[in-house]
Write a protein that binds this ligand. Structure first.
Ligand SMILES: [Zn+2]
Length: 134
């Protein structure tokens, strides 16, 4: 996913604008974000806006620690909408949108680093022998 970075002041922004939002410089370059981000905010949509739209689904606003100022809105995949949470780790993905365009979306990452209690399923990582606390 491409964002813009200002060659003069270093500010990054999305969506691309052709001009820096901070200092109005027109000397901007494109930077690709490929790393994992974190959910800054989210909402769950229950409204079927279009025929064939599967509801409910979570919409997340994602930010990246190494790209301050950039926040991208997209659909969350890979987990039930009720499991979406602020701070969870996501990867950038794309999916086909209306008219043949690719729209940004995000895929939940279960890496344990951002997970909290209640993640049933893939137990057996087994590298934290911290039970038996007496
Ligand atoms: Zn600038």
């Amino acid at each position: 996913m491409l964002v813009e970075r200002c060659a003069d002041c270093g500010a990054e922004s999305f969506p691309p604008y052709g001009m820096c939002r901070s200092c109005r410089s027109r000397v901007v370059e494109h930077v690709e974000i490929t790393g994992r981000g974190h959910v800054y905010s989210l909402t769950v949509n229950y409204q079927r806006w279009m025929p064939g739209l599967e509801v409910p689904y979570a919409l997340v606003l994602v930010e990246w620690a190494d790209h301050p100022g950039v926040r991208v809105f997209g659909r969350l995949r890979g987990c039930p909408p009720e499991d979406a949470a602020v701070g969870m780790t996501v990867e950038v993905g794309f999916e086909p949108g209306p008219g043949g365009y690719a729209v940004p979306s995000f895929v939940a990452v279960a890496d344990g680093a951002s997970g909290t209690a209640g993640t049933a399923g893939t137990a057996g990582i087994g590298t934290r022998p911290d039970d038996g606390g007496e």
